[in-house]
Design a protein around this ligand. Sequence first.
Ligand SMILES: *Cc1c(COP(=O)(O)O)cnc(C)c1O
Length: 459
Amino acid sequence: MLKSDLLRQLPAVHEVVKDISSEVSGKPEKEVTRAVQDAIKLWRKNILNDHHAVDLKTDIRSLVKNSAKSNLVHPTHQIRSLINASGIVIHTNLGRSRLSEKSVERMSETARMYSNLEYNLEEGKRGSRHDLTEELIKQVTGAEAAMVVNNNAAAVYLILKALAKNKEVIVSRGELVEIGGSFRVSSIMEESGAKLREIGTTNKTHFFDYERAMNDETGMIMKVHTSNFKVIGFTKEVSSGELMKLKPDHPDVIIYEDLGSGALYPFQSLGIGEEPLISSVIAKGLDVVSFSGDKLLGGPQAGIIAGKKRIIDLLKKHQLARVLRVDKFTIAALNETLKSYRNEEYKDIPTVRDILKTPEEIRQSVWRLKRKVEDHSSLNIRILEEFSQVGGGTMPDVKLPTFCLGIKHRKGAEYLARTFRNHQIPIIVRIKDEEVLLDLRTISDEELLTIEDAIRSID
Ligand SMILES: *Cc1c(COP(=O)(O)O)cnc(C)c1O
């Protein structure tokens, strides 16, 4: 059939609205109309693109009807909750960290009621939102002062702009990284007005490279944690601690480290990765460090800046601080997350808890799940040993031993993965060698029931 004939078969909006009206009663009329319009748009595009579902026998009207109904139940272009069975704990595409229950409660309470966001309750007058998190950050990092901005990219930008504009910033070539496709150290530096002074080579940068690059124009030495890749073999880098040796001769040059994720829990001492503890970096006496709130920390999206009081005061006063400031929900969630660290209640934080989960714990969940679904006649189900990842561009070389439920279906892994994605609560899986793998590292007991349900309902 010609495309033009198929296009002519597309129904009118009012026809489809009538077709589905009895099935979607209770939904606002406007919403139904919009869902139908979107469905017609979608099928017009599918016809033009020779979508495989469109052929001679196609009943276009019923395809549109089904799409419209599904649009009403699962709006694709709205934020939806889903289940992350990919085995990547901090999945940037899936919203990075889940928040602790305490953070969630504090956020919803802050939403429901007025708060002391910028109000000093003791004095009964205007206060500063910085005061609400600064003390906690100081307690968990040991820094003299601290502040919070929208994310770590914002923190880097503010630090460069406020402290190094029109000055030279020395960075090792091995640390000129790009993170997540849209954050480049060199571009953000250019944007800030600071002048990049590259030193060393991709694999080796020595102390003398830094020493030689110092001149009257030097405003800052910046260290960047190469979060999402690892240079192995013949390498040399200078730690920020060693760089402090330059301080006596150059007291005005600011030493800054962008820690990327920054750990408040000592994963390294448990043999998980080489992420330095934030407090140990601060203890070296650096002027300023910054790190993300929603990577390893397991809090809300935020950029945390900690360091010397003199430096933080300059940053707080800068106009950009107002542009990049966080809202009350971020403050509410971050405070609760930081309190869990301060009280050493690490397992309250889902990100920390999931990274620390033992293979044995996970194996037991997989085993229970397998027992409940293994009688499914069209699926081939087994348990296999695999590895989860930390994700979020942190610890790229760390493999966390885990167990997965492996599922095979005659229609293939892509089909199966799509079926899981189309479940009422979408389930994100990974595919390996034509098999769908469900990694249960990040799955709660409640989510396990949904997964069980989804597996049972596969044809
Ligand atoms: C992730 C990361 C950033 C960006 O942090 P966001 O919180 O995503 O804005 C900047 N620098 C480094 C080294 C990072 O790892």
